[in-house]
Write a protein that binds this ligand. Structure first.
Ligand SMILES: [Zn+2]
Length: 457
């Protein structure tokens, strides 16, 4: 790591405690007061995979700050049990936001401003496999559906918040079989079936990659050091259920391209789970689980989406739009093939990315690129600086729009209103055209489960 980057990160971290709370969704009426978003300080998750009882349980300890007094909101899709707040039992309810966009967990006790400790237990059932080979568990995330980030597996805050996370992972009742953890944090192997994984403080609920499986389940694994343009020896780890040769070659080519366009790869490592030779994948911070044909799309997400991070579902369109725009060879368009669009500007409580973001987001960047080009400016040059300024920070569409207009001196509010915020009355109403994108197809529960216990093709 370069000293300048380290200094930058220390400043970012010291600001981090409160900096992102402003980006939380609004609090709302609950009981006789308000349900309020809180600021997670850190989270420790003890994950136990018991081979004998074929059960995966989590005991979580979360230290959080209440900024605005009220009933604290967090999220966990599975049902929590044994919930305590500073050592005393507390009720937890499942509630909807006022516009019925999503659901949250809320503590049944209003709190004054201050720091608190929440403990809770639950069972992890999703994407956990126990079979003759051993135990596998994958925290596969998704940006296109509600409640598909870390909260699908373990208690988490909403995407706006950044906090350090530690996983203490133990596989019990099967000492004869070794397991391995692939993660985009620091993995310490404590014994053949015990691991500590620590994730950086800038990670959000959409950053974390976690995959536990029997060591013998994967034989295709290559790792090497990629020399970044800033001189770092970047560790690259590729493991796959398909042959790794093309992943290896493509990774080198794509990293060279991305670094030439947007500067040094922002993360400390590159971790790739090759799931097929076809299209379709998911992005994480410095990591991806992907088919070969989506590798470039997903690695670019380590700059957008999982480097610069969306504060909410209303910011996610930029990520899919940018990665698709790269896939569309950074084309320029003079006019758009649609009259208007709304891929941001949805409810403030919305957590998922609009599925129209790929085609319409990419087209929008194409027209921006054209308009900038007419003035001798280049969108990619702006993006390089924008990524650098906002790396590991949360952003909103409004922040992007403001920086773009300040940096270029061009007011794009008309374009944003018409194609992004949906503030334009069309002469004919056009239905969304691309509910599904090949880069991020909707995986069935069965397909996700199949990814969890790797089986060589
Ligand atoms: Zn994508």
């Amino acid at each position: 790591m370069k000293p300048t980057l380290l200094a930058f990160m220390l400043v970012t971290l010291s600001l981090g405690a409160f900096a992102y709370y402003d980006l939380a969704p609004p609090s709302f009426s609950y009981k006789s007061g308000q349900a309020v978003f809180v600021d997670f300080q850190n989270a420790i998750y003890n994950l136990r995979y018991n081979y004998q009882s074929k059960s995966a349980t989590a005991e979580s300890t979360i230290t959080f700050k209440v900024i605005e007094p009220g009933y604290p909101i967090f999220d966990l899709v599975p049902e929590p049990t044994d919930v305590t707040l500073d050592g005393s039992a507390v009720e937890v309810a499942l509630i909807s936001d006022p516009e019925a966009q999503t659901k949250y967990r809320v503590l049944g006790q209003p709190l004054a401003a201050g720091t608190y400790q929440l403990k809770l237990k639950h069972t992890i059932k999703e994407n956990v496999v126990f079979n003759a080979q051993g135990v596998a568990s994958g925290f596969w995330l998704g940006d296109l559906s509600d409640r598909r980030y870390l909260e699908a597996y373990i208690p988490s805050n909403m995407e706006f918040d950044h906090y350090p996370k530690t996983f203490n992972v133990q596989v019990t009742g099967i000492s004869t079989i070794d397991h391995i953890v692939k993660a985009n944090g620091n993995v310490s192997r404590l014994s053949n079936n015990a691991f500590e994984v620590s994730y950086p403080a800038h990670f959000t609920s959409s950053s974390v990659f976690f995959h536990l499986f029997p060591t013998k389940a994967i034989t295709r694994n290559v790792s090497f050091y990629y020399t970044s343009i800033d001189g770092r020896k970047l560790p690259v780890d590729i493991y796959a259920v398909v042959e790794t040769d093309q992943f290896l070659q493509q990774t080198k080519t794509i990293l060279a391209e991305l670094e030439a366009d947007y500067g040094p790869f922002p993360h400390d490592q590159v971790l790739i789970y090759g799931t097929s030779l076809a299209r379709g994948g998911m992005e994480y911070s410095g990591a991806t689980a992907t088919g070969l044909l989506s590798l470039g799309h997903e690695l670019f997400h380590s700059y957008n989406a999982r480097g610069v991070m969306p504060a909410s579902g209303n910011a996610g369109w930029m990520d899919e739009g940018l990665s698709t725009w790269r896939g569309d060879a950074y084309r320029h368009l003079e006019t758009l093939p649609f009259e208007n669009a709304k891929i941001s500007g949805h409810s403030k409580w919305r957590r998922s990315t609009d599925r129209d973001s790929y085609v319409k987001g990419s087209a929008f960047f194409s027209i921006l690129a054209h308009k900038l080009n007419m003035r001798g400016l280049f969108l990619k040059d702006f993006l390089k600086e924008y990524f650098k300024r906002n790396m590991f920070s949360s952003v909103t569409t409004e922040m992007f729009e403001k920086e773009l207009s300040e940096s270029t001196g061009i007011d794009f509010s008309e374009e944003f209103n018409r194609y992004i915020y949906g503030r334009y009355t069309p002469s004919t109403r056009v239905a969304p055209t691309h509910p599904e994108d090949p880069e991020h197809p909707h995986y069935s529960s069965k397909e996700l489960l199949n990814m969890t216990m790797p089986v060589l093709n």
